[in-house]
Design a protein around this ligand. Structure first.
Ligand code: SAH
Ligand code: SF4
Length: 390
């Protein structure tokens, strides 16, 4: 059968519209699922691989938003696709641009939920910080997202959709290979714990890395976790991206409070998983994130303990001045304190950039993300009670 043979009605299955009228989204489908979906609507078996490749290119290289843009597919086939599938992206509700160029997108996804993604331009790169969940089940005491109840995990389409929407906004589709990307890096550091949604995060990141699509190197993707040890091992094997650990304390006593998952996976166990993370080397180091909280975790003794704990792990340390939010109960360490801490870490041979707060004026900085519709903020007391109960 020639590749141009129109698909006749007798091989079509009934449109796949589900009861609630939602068509399956081709965005976020892995290649085998995409091929299956095309088979189900009656695409001749010999054409499936090629059609899937063409559609993949339209979605991830050219940024197509509608099937009728896919001009190398026959009109009939485009109509058939449109009848059976959607190309649904998160919808931009608001876009705020900070004085420093940071862009914060508030995005609406299915169910009327909202998530945030933040684009941070730098001189040598542009990083998109994306969310993996609506809210978070963990209750790190210094984190604004942690005060928002988990609503649900994001789907692969909603995760990769954040990248698509940012590329739309940056007008970054279908560029020649020599083009210097504005969106060159992804960090999974937005709302949620990516390793409580590992499968969907993995699929979305494999899509982002696919060479015939967005084609970001795995070394340009960093996943940040509070320390879900068994999943760290899977992330290394199944995603292969760079790893960041929200470390934040140098004793179990303090970490148990700041990052309550530490009660389940202690510092020693977490560091063991880090030591075993695949491909660690000087060019592929683990980032240890450390939020600087005044009089909580910021002494010189903490700095020394930190370098001792991670000794032998190819690492960099990212010091994050605490970003305040209403009712947090914490304060940012003084700059002098942060400098003294950084100095000890530097002298021990670790790069320790202090993360300049970006987009603070639009509440886009680390830990400040929280969707406007999810105002059901837990009180400090409630959080404390939950930690006690764990
Ligand atoms: N849940 C994952 C991904 C979120 S990453 C994780 O915890 O790693 C967001 C980073 O910002 C984490 O290192 C988090 O600990 C840090 N963070 C959270 N609240 C913050 C705040 N108020 N100020 C500065 N950093 C914060
Ligand atoms: Fe969740 Fe990460 Fe915030 Fe902890 S720091 S509450 S894991 S988003």
């Amino acid at each position: 059968m020639s590749t141009n043979t129109p698909i006749t009605p007798d091989v079509m299955t009934i449109p796949r519209k589900s009861v609630d009228g939602v068509l399956p989204n081709l965005i976020g489908m892995m290649r085998p699922d995409l091929a299956n979906a095309l088979a189900e609507i009656g695409t001749p078996p010999k054409q499936i691989k090629m059609r899937a490749g063409q559609i993949w290119q339209w979605i991830y290289v050219k940024g197509a938003r509608r099937f009728d843009e896919m001009t190398n597919l026959s009109k009939d086939f485009r109509a058939l696709l449109a009848e059976n599938f959607s190309l649904t992206r998160p919808e931009i509700v608001t876009k705020q641009v900070s004085e420093d160029g940071t862009r914060k997108y508030l995005l609406r996804i299915a169910g009327g939920h909202e998530v945030e993604a933040v684009y941070i331009p730098e001189t040598d790169r542009g990083t998109l910080c994306i969310s993996s969940q609506i809210g978070c089940t963990l209750t790190c005491t210094f984190c604004h997202t942690g005060t928002q109840k988990l609503v649900r995990n994001l789907t692969p389409a909603e995760i990769i959709g954040q990248v698509l929407v940012a590329r739309d906004d940056l007008e970054e589709w279908d560029r020649p290979p020599s083009y210097k990307r504005l969106l060159s890096n992804i960090v999974l550091m937005g709302m949620g714990e990516p390793l409580y949604n590992t499968d969907n995060v993995r699929d979305a990141m494999l899509i982002a890395m696919d060479n015939e699509g967005i084609a970001l190197s795995r070394r340009r993707i960093t996943l940040s976790t509070s320390g879900i040890v068994p999943e760290i091992i899977r992330a290394g094997e199944e995603i292969g991206c760079m790893l960041a650990i929200s470390f934040h304390a140098t004793t179990d006593e303090v970490r148990d409070v700041l990052v309550p998952i530490n009660r389940k996976h202690k510092i020693a166990e977490l560091l063991e998983a880090c030591r075993n993370y695949p491909r660690l080397s000087n060019s592929e180091r683990i980032t240890f994130e450390y939020v600087m909280l005044k009089d909580v975790n910021d002494t010189d003794a903490d700095a020394r303990r930190l370098v001792n704990l991670i000794s032998g792990i190819p690492a960099k340390i990212n010091l994050i001045p605490f970003n305040p939010w209403p009712g947090s109960g914490y304060e940012r360490s003084d700059w002098k304190r942060i400098e003294s801490f950084a100095d000890i870490v530097n002298k021990a041979g670790y790069a320790s950039p202090v993360r300049t707060p970006r987009g603070e004026d639009i509440m886009a900085a680390c830990g400040q993300l929280k969707s406007a519709t999810e105002r059901a903020r837990k009180s400090r007391k409630q959080i404390a009670a939950e930690i006690e109960g764990q």
